[in-house]
Write a protein that binds this ligand. Structure first.
Ligand SMILES: [Fe+2]
Ligand SMILES: [Fe+2]
Length: 475
């Protein structure tokens, strides 16, 4: 069951050959997908040979095979983790019952919405990143970008498989619509706002893969608990791919920091102007990018109090992060959770029913995970002997959803007047001149083993290859 059939037009481990009408429907969707990749996939990349990993099995060991592939020929397919025998629903009102192999009619609309919303983010990020290949800081980084892109494409396949298999005609229509929406397009944008923002440069890309792909991890972890077993199994496998995306982000920022610290020590300065003159990214600018990407991403978890979140949990559609490791009753009807409210111009935690606060619960788990990587970044600065700390801003900073959306909050969590906010915002969020400076650094580095001036080489290559390996051949 875990091995993947590559003789099929659509590689899969779900016995697609035995379900003729499903196979036909997906083969009908496939050319539209490839057209979308041609139009919206990485610009100018279609003839490149890229050293990519492709899934060959969903086993822990040896799921990936590495080799040169032209991206339009990548074997996108359908890979589910093996079924767990006798798996039971382990949270919500149906706790203790068998998991579902098909969708109970009354949950169809909500599940469809969850799957479409998740599915929509996958092609969206490919669209957001499609010009980045033109300014890659090295072939190593270019390859990593492309790996992320093909895997986001595969994540779309994962969701479209569920739509086609379990939602009939509605599902097929949703599958088409997923190929029609476009990131940032006014008439037909992607569903979630963070996926309509631009990813204009590599600093934004690394921030995106660190912060926003991590939102993906937490959403997928919550869906991996689902009572709808096919959704749980497909998201489990997606998580193994997602881990690489976050690695790209964390290591990318690490290498930027390392390079900046080298120059700070060489020039014995922390003056942003001098560091910019030397062509590296000063730490205050990095901090502003962190503030931006963190705040835009925590919005993705939704309103802090949400009856939808309660419904999704109680009906067993979406669990909490690591639901199985928690020791409460997994029903949560009698539990409360602290949520921030603005009371007398102060941010005050008030207890609300936990079921309604599950977006906030997931957001807080996300924040804990995010902080760990920032600590690792700080260790690089510390090791260089520089006293400067990066940090994630207060979770109420620069919010655009929920109870905090109309409140001005500083990165330290102080409530501000409009005027105070206006006076300081250029210290806290990337300014036009920051973005112009970062844009000015972006230039394509193609020489094998060479890296742009603003980023250090990685310590090791991909799949034990040397750093100066020819990760992409341009032909
Ligand atoms: Fe994804
Ligand atoms: Fe991702």
């Amino acid at each position: 069951m875990s091995s993947i059939d590559y003789n099929e037009r659509i590689p899969n481990n779900v016995n697609l050959g035995e379900d003729r009408s499903l196979k036909r429907a997906l083969e009908h969707w496939q050319p539209g997908y490839l057209n979308w990749w041609q139009d919206m996939g990485p610009e100018g990349s279609h003839d490149f040979d890229v050293y990519l990993r492709t899934a060959t099995s969903v086993d822990q060991q040896g799921w990936a095979q590495f080799g040169y592939v032209k991206m339009p020929d990548y074997r996108w397919g359908i890979f589910l983790n093996p079924a767990e025998q006798d798996r039971k629903i382990h949270f919500g009102d149906h706790k203790g019952e068998d998991v579902w192999q098909s969708i109970p009619g009354e949950y169809r609309a909500n599940l469809r919405r969850i799957i479409v919303t998740q599915g929509d983010t996958e092609p969206a990020s490919v669209e957001q990143q499609r010009h980045l290949g033109l300014t890659a800081p090295s072939r190593y980084d270019l390859r990593n970008l492309f790996q992320v892109n093909v895997e986001e494409g595969r994540h779309l396949w994962a969701m479209v498989y569920l739509l086609h298999k379990y939602f009939g005609r509605d599902g097929r229509e949703e599958g088409e619509a997923l190929l029609e929406r476009r990131s940032g397009e006014e008439d037909n944008p992607r569903i979630l706002q963070a996926f309509n923002e631009k990813t204009p440069d590599w600093l934004s890309f690394f921030m995106f893969t660190y912060f926003t792909d991590r939102d993906g991890k937490f959403q997928l972890c919550a869906l991996a608990e689902s009572s709808f077993d096919p959704l749980a199994r497909t998201t489990r496998f997606m998580l193994t791919e997602e881990a690489h995306h976050m690695f790209v982000g964390e290591s990318g920022i690490s290498r930027i920091i390392q390079r900046t610290c080298e120059i700070m020590n060489e020039l014995k300065t922390d003056d942003p102007a001098e560091l910019r003159a030397a062509g590296v990214i000063d730490l205050p600018t990095l901090q502003r990018y962190i503030n931006f990407h963190f705040s835009v991403t925590v919005d993705l978890f939704g309103a802090d109090e949400s009856s939808n979140a309660a419904t999704f949990y109680s009906t067993g559609l979406k669990g909490r992060y690591r639901e199985g490791k928690r020791t409460d009753d997994h029903v949560l009807k009698n539990d409360t959770y602290p949520v921030l409210h603005l009371i007398n111009n102060k941010l005050i935690e008030t207890q609300v029913p936990m079921l309604n606060a599950l977006n906030e619960v997931l957001r807080d788990d996300y924040i804990k995970d995010t902080v760990l990587g920032v600590k690792r970044w700080n260790r690089i600065i510390e090791k260089a002997g520089i006293s400067h700390q990066l940090k994630v801003p207060h979770k109420a900073f620069h919010r655009n959803i929920g109870a905090l959306r109309d409140v001005n909050v500083s990165p330290d969590g102080d409530v501000l007047t409009d005027q105070q906010w206006g006076n300081h915002v250029s210290q806290w969020l990337p300014t036009d001149s920051d973005r112009e400076y970062i844009a000015s650094l972006m230039g394509r580095v193609v020489e094998v083993g060479k890296f742009a001036n603003w980023i250090a080489p990685p310590a090791i290559g991909i799949n034990r290859q040397p750093v100066n390996f020819e990760y992409v051949r341009f032909n």
